[in-house]
Design a protein. Structure first.
Length: 237
């Protein structure tokens, strides 16, 4: 199976080398793409200095700016799931974010996660939460898993909180790691799943590109085709 992985990655690099890579924009902050239910594809960045989430159109023009509340002596850690109709069903734009504080005297971190609407309205706050993952369970709807850590004790403790969400994420075929974009990392994660390595996070509904109810090597190959701009397998369009 390792040879299959290496072959797929090599083929992707070789084939993509025939295309034209065009630089579009440079951002001074970390960012990624998301697909909104009503507003389509957007690109968002996390500005730690200003505590902002700035969202751009595909042509990189500014669409919206969301100011994020972070307590004094705390720092923005991550922004995820910029979405519509996931955390609320009124078409409002929402996002999840985490921030942290470092206890210098005791030398440990404390994290907190919040989900808010674009106007700052808080939907939920989860103390201790460092990581958030949304899982789309098809007919069963979407679930949020929140992992809260207590680093003030040794060994540290962890709790998993499960939440039923009112909406669902937009299905993006090939986006196996649920980060809103399809790239080579998704191919690797899909192959890891095929080999039984249980990658986390893993979105089954996105990874099952050909919609046959199983994840296998064909899904990884089809994901490569998506990245290269080729057609999906029959029945997946």
């Amino acid at each position: 199976m390792k040879n299959v992985v290496n072959t797929l990655v090599f083929c992707f690099l070789v084939v993509s080398g025939y295309g034209q890579i065009t630089h579009e924009q440079t951002y001074d902050h970390s960012g990624t793409y998301t697909k909104l239910t009503n507003s389509g594809i957007k690109f968002f960045v996390m500005d730690v200095g200003l505590n902002q989430c700035r969202i751009y159109n595909p042509d990189h023009s500014l669409w919206k700016t969301i100011n994020i509340e972070v307590p004094a002596n705390h720092y923005l850690y991550d922004i995820k799931y910029v979405s519509e109709n996931l955390f609320a069903t009124d078409n409002s734009l929402c996002l999840a974010y985490t921030y942290y504080n470092y206890n210098v005297a005791e030398q440990y971190y404390t994290f907190t996660a919040r989900i808010i609407k674009e106007d700052g309205t808080e939907l939920i706050s989860i103390p201790g939460c460092q990581y958030l993952f949304v899982h789309n369970l098809a007919e069963e709807g979407s679930r949020l898993l929140a992992y809260s850590f207590d680093y003030s004790v040794f060994p540290y403790t962890v709790q998993t909180h499960a939440y039923d969400l009112p909406g669902s994420i937009v299905v993006l075929p090939g986006d196996s790691n649920c980060d809103g974009v399809v790239n080579l990392l998704d191919v690797v994660i899909t192959l890891n799943y095929v080999m039984g390595q249980s990658p986390v996070p893993f979105c089954f509904i996105n990874g099952d590109v050909n919609q046959d109810g199983i994840i296998n090597i064909l899904d990884a190959v089809t994901t490569v085709n998506i990245i290269l701009g080729e057609s999906l397998m029959p029945g997946t369009e």
